[in-house]
Ligand binder design. Structure first.
Ligand code: 6R9
Length: 650
């Protein structure tokens, strides 16, 4: 073993391990040597209306075509709900914990089944057919699960948009996938504050209509009862309609490769991409990873703190756990409301065994002090998980020692929206843990580290992380733009899927993700393209040019640092700085609010007018000792001004 601290697999974790080390090595070897045999066997963990006879038909070359289980037929909602009715109809499927600690509900599998059927019938009655896109813009309430599962039941493709996105962002996503039905709520509730979801959806519908894509139906769930605007003929109270609808709705047989959902995500260029996932391979992947990575056992209470607006919410609040018949906890609130002990109060209240959160939350709670953690007993916890961004070893150790009191393995899970489910993570009964490392690949995942010229680095080394072989849960295309799919993920390194992440492999073959190597930043676990923030800034009338970079931030992981050049005659001021921050919030949403704005008379450019981001990143980090070669700049004196006026002095 290497010099890093190693937390060895403890006897308690090993006991009855679902996967011991020998099994991991044997299964992994088989999964790579014989993917057809391996996945052919594990695909049968699902209920298939029509069993598949073919397993893998996929290639990263040329046009890039990915198919798994292509002649099989199944339905996701049947697998996540109906098939559990006989054995566990009265078991709680969803524990809902409201923003207000006094509010909560428990929904059994039988109740979930009834609601999903009712919602599906409402969708049908409003003309939603197989293959139609339905946009979901909802708070974290059980109804969002009903809505998503109802779409999958009738074969409609859902596109969930995070409730923190602005009307403009929502409209862009509605228009891109040509959806004409939006499901929302009157208002959301987070940390005691209301979020005007319906009002935002109204604005988005206006923008979408102006762009030639009218929204015909807005289905509204009553959450707060707050006053909202109502458009007769278009708007429908969804909870009322569901009560009146039939509780019987057969699950539509879907081909394994029929589209399941679209989820928009940011890349280094252009507008967000509609990542398209399909049915069979995705569900095999998320259910299998949920079982093995979280060491999930029948009867466990499982809690993932993500929002359903992100892929983690899709795969590990809903689809993975429900496919396994788990009890999954859905939390409406935030970690520090009413106070910083909320997570641990909820853990005790519901006897949570498996807890999955993001490093940004861990760091924020670490900063609040250990006394908040000790307000909860946390005796029920058995396993802790982390996702969304690199976890620094200090935060990892705090999570392990303070939250888990050294009893619970920490599984650091690396994956992306595009991947569908976890790709690199420890298996708790078999993998020794190193704080800060996502450790080893899941079955069927073949990571490759390549240098900038595309040469594969074997053994110890660092470079760009690629995946060399197709896996079942991966995205199939960018909705409506297959060329962009091929260009974005398969053209940088021919024949490989390029992740956009940097990575190091150590002497034990463990993987250490070092963060994005492209122009994507990760702010509190939210993925953002710097180009999106730049285009929001230049849309402001006083801004002539903008360049955005990430910089290290103690809690958020990365903060948003903006260099802004003003129009001729405009003067920098604190008022304008505030105005620009408000402007970006309005254009994209609160998650994109800049942390630092530096007014710059000019940006550092090469003679071919390319902005030298390397220099901007260094200055934003308050590290200008090693700016590198600035001689290729058109005007090297620009850099002196940038340094003199930097906004992040340590
Ligand atoms: C699941 C999710 C993906 C990007 C990814 C990487 C970062 C996620 C990580 C991690 C280090 C981990 N990331 N998990 N980096 N260690 N355990 O977060 O998807 O929102 O698409 O973000 O997040 O940079 O490329 P998504």
């Amino acid at each position: 073993m290497s010099k890093e601290t190693v937390h060895r697999v403890q006897a308690a974790w090993k006991k009855d391990a679902l996967i011991d080390d020998e099994t991991y090595l044997a299964w992994y070897a088989e999964s790579v040597r014989d993917p057809d045999g391996f996945w052919g066997r594990h695909g049968r963990r699902l209920d298939w209306f029509k069993p598949y006879t073919k397993v893998r038909n996929a290639s990263f070359e040329g046009e890039v075509s990915i198919k798994w289980f292509e002649d099989g037929e199944l339905n996701l909602s049947h697998n996540c709900v109906d098939r559990h009715l006989e054995a566990r109809g009265d078991q709680v499927a969803i524990i809902w914990e409201g923003d207000d600690p006094n509010e909560g509900r428990k929904i059994t599998y039988r109740e979930l089944h009834e609601q999903v059927c009712r919602y599906a019938n409402v969708l049908k009655s409003h003309g939603v057919n197989k293959g139609d896109r339905v946009t979901i813009y909802m708070p974290m309430i059980p109804e969002v699960a009903y809505a998503m599962l109802a779409c999958t039941r009738i074969g409609a493709i859902h596109s969930v948009v995070f409730g923190g996105f602005s009307p403009d962002s929502l409209a862009g996503r509605i228009v891109d996938c040509e959806s004409h039905v939006v499901i929302t709520a009157d208002e959301g509730l987070r940390g005691g504050r209301k979020v005007p979801l319906k009002a935002n959806a109204d604005k988005a519908a206006e923008i979408a209509a102006a762009a030639g894509n009218p929204v015909h139906k807005v289905l509204v769930v009553r959450r707060t009862g707050g006053a909202i605007n109502w458009v007769d003929g278009r708007d429908v109270w969804l909870d009322e309609a569901a009560r009146a609808a039939s509780p019987v709705c057969p699950a539509e047989p879907m081909n394994a490769e029929d589209p399941l959902f679209i989820l928009y995500t940011s890349g280094s260029t252009g507008k967000p991409k509609g990542v398209l996932h399909t049915t069979g391979g995705y569900l095999v992947h998320v259910s299998m990873t949920h079982q093995y990575v979280f060491d999930y056992r029948d009867g466990d209470i499982y809690w993932c703190t993500a929002d359903v607006g992100w892929v983690t919410g899709h795969s590990y609040i809903l689809y993975g756990p429900l496919a396994n018949g788990a009890t999954t906890l859905m939390f409406e609130g935030v970690p520090n409301y009413p106070d910083a002990s909320r997570f641990w109060q909820v853990v005790d209240k519901h006897k949570v065994n498996i807890f999955y959160t993001a490093p940004t939350a861990i760091r924020a709670l670490m900063g609040a002090g250990d006394e908040w953690v000790r307000k909860g007993a946390r005796r029920s916890l058995r396993l802790l998980g982390s996702v969304g961004e690199p976890i620094n070893p200090e935060a990892w150790e705090w999570y392990f020692h303070v939250v888990g009191e050294g009893r619970c393995p920490v599984v650091d899970t690396w994956w992306q929206t595009e991947n569908g489910g976890i790709l690199i993570a420890p298996l708790p009964g078999s993998t020794d843990l190193k704080p800060g490392s996502a450790t080893r690949p899941f079955f069927g995942v073949v990571p490759e580290i390549v240098d900038n010229d595309g040469a594969v680095i074997e053994g110890v080394g660092a470079g760009n992380l690629c995946i060399a072989q197709p896996w079942p849960g991966m995205m199939r295309t960018v909705f409506g733009d297959h060329d962009r799919f091929v260009e974005t993920y398969f053209s940088t390194y021919k024949g490989k899927y390029f992740t956009g992440d940097g990575c190091r492999r150590d002497e034990d073959g463990y993987y250490w993700i070092t963060g994005r190597v492209d122009d994507v930043i990760n702010v509190s676990g939210h993925r953002m393209g710097t180009a999106e923030v730049e285009s929001a800034l230049v849309a402001h009338e006083k801004v002539s040019e903008a360049a955005v970079v990430g910089y290290p931030h103690d809690v958020k992981g990365q903060g948003i640092y903006c260099y802004v050049t003003l129009m001729e005659g405009e003067e920098p001021s604190d008022a304008l700085r505030k105005d620009l921050i408000a402007h970006v919030r309005q254009e994209i949403g609160p998650i994109a609010a800049p942390d630092k704005i530096q007014f710059a008379p000019a940006l550092p450019k090469t003679r071919s007018a390319k902005i030298m981001r390397r220099i901007l990143r260094k200055i934003a980090e308050d590290d200008f000792s090693a700016l590198g070669d600035t001689s290729t700049l058109a005007d090297p004196s620009v850099v002196d001004d940038l340094i003199a006026n930097r906004q992040n002095r340590k």
